[in-house]
Design a protein around this ligand. Structure first.
Ligand code: SER
Length: 312
């Protein structure tokens, strides 16, 4: 039976992925770990404290639980990364290399590591950005993700580590808050709308960005990890896409439920980050190689989020 370790299980993606993988493979077969203390639902004997920079701690957990697969989701995102570039580089790079090394040394079966649309930069074609194109990222987060992609391919080619990766767009969920990204506004806006407040957006109203509902992101991740090894043609990271919209468009989608909802715009340093990223992504390789297909468009996502937040 496979045993999975999630690194960064308390984060926006980690908390939802842990939940879904436990549904699929059994609670006791998915070990959650994080540098932060777990919330109630993760706090049990299947949670481990882990600083991914501490390779010894990582090795001990792998041995203790007989781990065969790792999802390493621990990262510093784009906006926070700009405030502490050296540490963002250290965590994002050394965390990945520690993971790839233990995979090689302990012969683990599979590794998942997320990349991002942040690997692209201001020189990249903005519309329908191809899988292979000019990259030149100009945030430390993007630089670390692009370098990480090269390390992934290197460990696959040199050592046969079965590493799989997706370039996520901005991820939007209602269960937990994101931590310090440029696309976070598209989560915060729903929390404001549901509490009857107006929203001040840190991006301009016409800033297009590629985005994805969390349910689709989880499905993509699990589909990629379940795919046959021979079908995974790309060992750096796959372009992945669902929807693209502007702050004005998401606010109009919310207004269909809350007609009085108001948005105002006060761009800050994150505007330059958003302006360096694509408007939309060509993810045809993911669709061809392992049958990726998204389910949620903007209005369907808005309805689902508002309904679930209301229930709470
Ligand atoms: N959501 C991330 C960020 O905004 C991009 O991968 O930093």
């Amino acid at each position: 039976m496979k045993k999975i370790l999630i690194i960064g299980a308390c984060g926006q993606l980690g908390s939802e992925l842990t939940f879904e993988l436990r549904k699929l493979f059994g609670h006791e077969n998915v070990i959650a770990s994080d540098i932060n203390a777990p919330k109630m639902d993760l706090a049990d004997e299947y949670f481990e404290h882990l600083d991914v920079l501490n390779k010894e701690e990582l090795n001990n957990i792998i041995d203790k639980h007989n781990i065969s697969e790792i999802y390493n989701l621990a990262a510093i995102l784009s906006a926070i990364g700009e405030k502490n570039p050296k540490f963002a580089w250290k965590l994002n790079m050394e965390g990945l290399i520690n993971t790839l090394d233990v995979a090689k040394e302990k012969n683990l079966t599979k590794i998942y590591w997320p990349s991002s649309i942040a690997v692209f930069g201001p020189d990249t074609p903005r519309k329908n950005t191809p899988q292979d194109t000019i990259m030149n990222p100009n945030t430390v987060y993007g630089i670390s993700k692009l370098a990480g992609e090269r390390w992934c391919e290197y460990y696959f080619q040199k050592y046969g580590v079965d590493i799989r990766s997706l370039r996520y767009p901005g991820l939007i969920g209602y269960k937990s808050l994101p931590g310090g990204g440029t696309t976070d506004y598209a989560v915060d806006i729903y929390y404001k709308a549901i509490s009857g407040k107006n929203f001040e957006c840190f991006l301009n109203k016409d800033t297009y960005l590629p985005m994805m509902y969390m349910a689709d992101a989880i499905k993509a991740t699990i589909d990629l990890m379940q795919a046959d090894k021979e079908d995974i043609q790309i060992r750096s990271s796959y372009n992945l896409a669902a929807i693209s919209f502007t702050p004005e468009e998401i606010s109009n989608s919310i207004k269909k439920t809350f007609p009085d909802f108001e948005i105002t715009y006060k761009p800050d340093f994150r505007q330059a980050i958003a302006d360096s990223w694509p408007d939309s992504i060509d993810d045809s390789k993911a669709r061809e190689d392992w049958g990726w297909n998204h389910e949620y468009d903007l209005d369907r996502m808005t309805e689902d989020i508002l309904l679930n937040l209301k229930r709470r």
